[in-house]
Write a protein that binds this ligand. Structure first.
Ligand SMILES: [Zn+2]
Ligand SMILES: [Zn+2]
Length: 386
């Protein structure tokens, strides 16, 4: 396929996806459009018992010379509840929703990889599964995919994310963790309300919350080795509803992130200790709960080198991937399947999740060619025919 022809085709797909963002687990039109494009290209969509248990999103399959080995290419397809302010002629047509994380770019480029692999499938040393994952933005999409068993026979998995602040086309690859593990917490403080003029009759949950927030700052700033990455942010604080009443309750929420499971569990433990201390000091009850949203990504060392070589052989420039504290549920796959999560620069004027985010669509064909080459070359290596 001519690169210019492919690029044109993918730009068309991309602008359609950009105009039609849908929230995680609600990607109905998006899934139908992906299905239609794959169907028109004669690519098998896995339905029913072979991996079609997903309500939104889908998996497809391109079989080469043999059924095995199997490798997977993954993209995510969900948009975000953000009102677009990019000024683009192809801006979102859905009020309040936007593709502000580049998942439209990921989807279009994976469709491009599918077309390329399908075109050359008679020389493919195995089978490629194409995964259009729903609900990456906190909606549990990767877990749904794992529960569907569509990846059970997959030996290696590759996924991409756009890098907003990298120059267009730069490929970012690093071994180990590039996206942090993500924990979230909720703290309910129950004290005793009273007149604002009689604090001695109250057990003030607002002062307890303030103290707790302050104390918790030491977890990262004083207890953590400065060379070890971690972050803790309180993001939601709610108490009271007027100016002259001390309320009974306060609610706090927040997130903490780090690159190892041990570190995440340790932050949660320290936070719990801060809660206990605040409860004791202030005479309030503090109820603390937390959960993991995703663990950190973990790029396989040898496969990262393989991916970098594959990119260079295509004439692409490879730089180290920039580690971010944002989470990415591709990490769930990497707990089971060795893989690489790589980035491609798209030179956006604003970062991901910003209403002014813009992905440089001229890089679609490049991302598609690289994805296709990763699948093709890994199958050749796995089947001993490099
Ligand atoms: Zn995102
Ligand atoms: Zn994303």
């Amino acid at each position: 396929m001519e690169t210019a022809y492919l690029q044109d085709k993918l730009a068309g797909y991309f602008t359609w996806f950009h105009q039609h963002p849908e929230p995680g687990n609600g990607e109905v039109e998006t899934t139908a459009r992906i299905r239609e494009i794959l169907h028109d290209a004669g690519i098998e969509v896995l339905d029913g018992r072979s991996g079609g248990l997903l309500k939104t999103g889908l998996a497809a399959r391109i079989q080469g010379k043999t059924d095995t080995p199997v490798v997977a290419l993954r993209c995510d397809i969900d948009g975000l509840p953000i009102t677009e302010a990019s000024g683009l002629p192809y801006a979102s047509r859905k009020a309040g929703f936007m593709h502000a994380c580049g998942h439209d770019f990921h989807t279009a480029s994976l469709l491009g990889a599918a077309l390329l692999l399908n075109e050359g499938k008679e020389t493919l040393e195995g089978t490629v599964k194409l995964l259009f994952q729903p609900a990456e933005e906190g909606g549990g999409g990767a877990q749904q995919v794992l529960d569907s068993h569509v990846l059970d026979d997959v030996r290696e998995i590759y996924g991409l994310h756009v890098a907003a602040n990298h120059a267009s086309g730069l490929i970012g690859i690093s071994p180990g963790g590039t996206h942090a593990g993500v924990g979230g917490f909720k703290i309910s403080i129950t004290g005793k309300g009273s007149h604002g003029a009689a604090p001695h009759h109250a057990r003030d949950p607002i002062v307890a919350a303030a103290q707790l927030i302050n104390t918790a700052q030491v977890i990262i700033s004083r207890n953590t080795n400065p060379f070890d990455q971690g972050v803790l942010s309180f993001t939601h604080l709610e108490a009271g509803n007027t100016w002259n009443v001390i309320p009974e309750k306060a609610l706090l929420e927040g997130t903490f992130r780090a690159f190892t499971d041990e570190k995440l569990a340790w932050i949660a433990r320290r936070l719990q200790e801060c809660c206990r201390a605040a409860a004791e000091a202030m005479g309030v009850t503090v109820d603390f709960s937390w959960r993991m949203y995703t663990m950190a990504t973990n790029n396989h060392t040898a496969l990262s080198e393989f991916a970098a070589e594959t990119a260079r052989a295509l004439g692409l420039t490879v730089i180290p991937a920039e580690p971010v504290m944002g989470g990415e549920d591709f990490a769930l796959y990497q707990k089971k399947i060795p893989g690489v999560f790589w980035t491609i620069g798209i030179n956006s004027p604003e970062g991901a999740h910003h209403p002014g985010f813009i992905a440089d669509m001229s890089q679609l064909s490049s991302a598609a060619c690289f994805s296709a080459a990763l699948a093709r070359n890994s199958l050749a290596r796995l089947s001993g025919k490099p």
